[in-house]
Design a binder for this molecule. Structure first.
Ligand code: FAD
Ligand code: SF4
Length: 467
């Protein structure tokens, strides 16, 4: 392996000082020259471990080769065979734990920047599509069968995309007034511009997928009513949107938010434009964000952009155990988020009007590994300390919303209320399939999309009497 270019081509991004005052996207993407240079580093190895490292098995070496040869149309065609939302996954997938973790180049230097190259091809596609140069994919003649999809997040969109291509009539029911699931209400604009998500949804719409918003299944209509009245099969991709709390004293004080509520107010309801938009939000000076995952990083960086003077990130394990993507942790550090690691909140204390004003924390040490494979955090007696704050955002995880299981007779659920589905995505109710976070618990965009595609295939086989 002589004369290898061991360093990844850097992607330009907004400086930390500039970006903490705006919601614009942070990384700016590769230019054509940068993409070709990075693609040229790929060894095109015969074992291509990167393909197995990708949860949807994109033919990575082939699309990289197409970029190297400046045939971006071919690159995007290859990607689209496995991934219907590459502009999203190229930006938010945890590539360092997936395809890039096993890239052979990673043994001698930096792995190939697979996600950045995927984003390059996908952005090229979006730009050319806008110019009307891209034709819609071909779809089979309608077979007259109707499929209902519950939830417009990545699992529902991926399922809808495959079924419409196969000739089904597809209607997506979404509880919110806006489609996109976590891509719209959770992940902030500075990481995933909403126009990208909207463009992908517009594409599905042009292709014939119908979207019914403000339709909360289990309340507006039940799964049984959908099956009885119009639909031959149902896919449930309703996500895991129910926030968890720590159940410590003071969690009911004003100013203590779940990350879901906080991010939804800001992303979906434009609370930062109050009173121009109806939804209010407290613009706090000192904010404590509890957690160490992507949701915690997004909340901390959003609070900073809203105008907070100081944002404490409080996480009970060490930096090594943080589940957030490396890039998000680095970006948060660069922007000045104050990481309080090996620290856990014990209680919140309020002022006389019931607004949170301090947080009491305790220092932790790491013990033996627990069921998650990570070392268990143990409180250190006598290490308690307090911080003055005027807002708390709790980002310690979510579980599935129970509305659908509670209103669907015979639908079996498991630990934390996840819907039980077999390897085909089939649930305990005939004709009802499920996938994404509502089955796995909170996971990733690409695993949710993979589950949606698997269920689309199973629905096709089920309606053709093959399973
Ligand atoms: P969701 O995206 O949750 O979509 C479910 C949809 O169903 C929602 O729109 C919801 O309103 C709707 N719904 C729920 N109940 C009903 C009902 N009864 N009737 C009708 N509609 C209903 N993953 C990554 O890979 N990388 C990241 O960087 C990343 N960052 C994240 C940041 C945040 C803030 C959050 C919250 C998650 C993040 N994730 C990330 C996780 C990822 O977004 C999820 O795993 C993924 O979106 C799950 O997709 P889904 O389709 O299962 O559900
Ligand atoms: Fe290229 Fe890395 Fe895949 Fe090998 S493992 S083909 S170097 S991306």
């Amino acid at each position: 392996m002589k004369n290898l270019n061991k360093k990844q081509v850097t992607m330009q991004e907004q400086s930390a000082e500039e970006r903490k005052h705006n919601f614009n996207e942070v990384p700016l993407g590769y230019s054509k020259e940068e993409a070709i240079l990075e693609a040229s580093r790929c060894l095109q190895c015969s074992t291509h471990p990167c393909i197995d490292g990708c949860p949807v098995h994109i033919n990575i070496p082939d699309f990289i080769k197409a970029i190297k040869e400046d045939n971006v149309q071919l690159a995007i065609d290859i990607i689209h065979k496995s991934d219907s939302l590459p502009a999203v996954t190229g930006r938010v997938c945890p590539q360092e734990d997936q395809c890039q973790a096993v890239c052979i180049m990673g043994k001698v230097g930096d792995p190939i920047a697979i996600g950045r190259l995927e984003r390059y091809a996908a952005d090229w596609d979006l730009q050319n599509r806008e110019g009307g140069k891209i034709k819609l994919p071909t779809k089979e003649k309608s077979n007259g069968k109707n499929i209902a999809i519950v939830g417009s997040g990545p699992s529902g969109l991926a399922c809808a995309g495959d079924l419409i291509k196969n000739g089904y009539n597809v209607t997506v029911f979404e509880g919110f007034h806006k489609t996109g699931g976590v891509l719209a209400y959770g992940i902030p604009e500075f990481r995933l511009p909403k126009s990208i998500v909207q463009e992908e949804i517009n594409m599905l719409n042009k292709f014939g997928v119908k979207f019914a918003t403000d339709a909360l299944i289990g309340k507006t209509l039940t799964i049984q009513e959908l099956m009885r009245d119009e639909f031959d099969a149902v896919f449930i991709g309703a996500g895991a949107g129910l926030p968890r709390f720590m159940h410590i004293p003071g969690e009911n004080l004003a100013g203590v938010y779940s990350a879901n509520e906080f991010l939804t107010r800001v992303n979906l309801m434009k609370a930062y434009k109050f009173p121009q938009y109806d939804t209010p939000i407290k613009i706090a000076k000192k904010v404590a964000v509890i957690g160490g995952g992507n949701v915690a990083m997004d909340s901390a960086r959003t609070a900073l952009r809203l105008g907070a003077e100081h944002v404490f990130l409080i996480y009970r394990r060490s930096r090594k155990e943080m589940p957030a993507r490396n890039e998000e942790i680095l970006h948060a550090e660069e922007e000045g988020i104050d990481f309080n690691l090996l620290t856990n909140p014990v209680r919140y204390v309020g002022d006389e009007k019931g607004f949170v004003k301090t947080i009491e924390c305790i220092k932790m040490r790491l013990g033996e590994k627990d069921a998650s494979g990570r070392r268990r955090p143990i409180p250190i007696d006598g290490s308690e300390f307090t911080l003055d704050i005027d807002q708390v955002i709790v980002a310690i995880g979510t579980t599935p919303n129970p509305i659908i299981p509670r209103t669907t007779a015979g639908l079996k659920t498991g630990h934390h209320g996840v819907i039980l589905a077999d390897e085909n995505g089939a649930t305990s109710v005939k004709g009802v399939f499920a996938g994404g976070d509502i089955v796995t618990g909170a996971a990733t965009v690409i695993t949710a999309m993979g589950a949606g595609r698997k269920a689309a295939d199973s629905i096709d086989k089920y309606l053709k009497g093959k399973i």
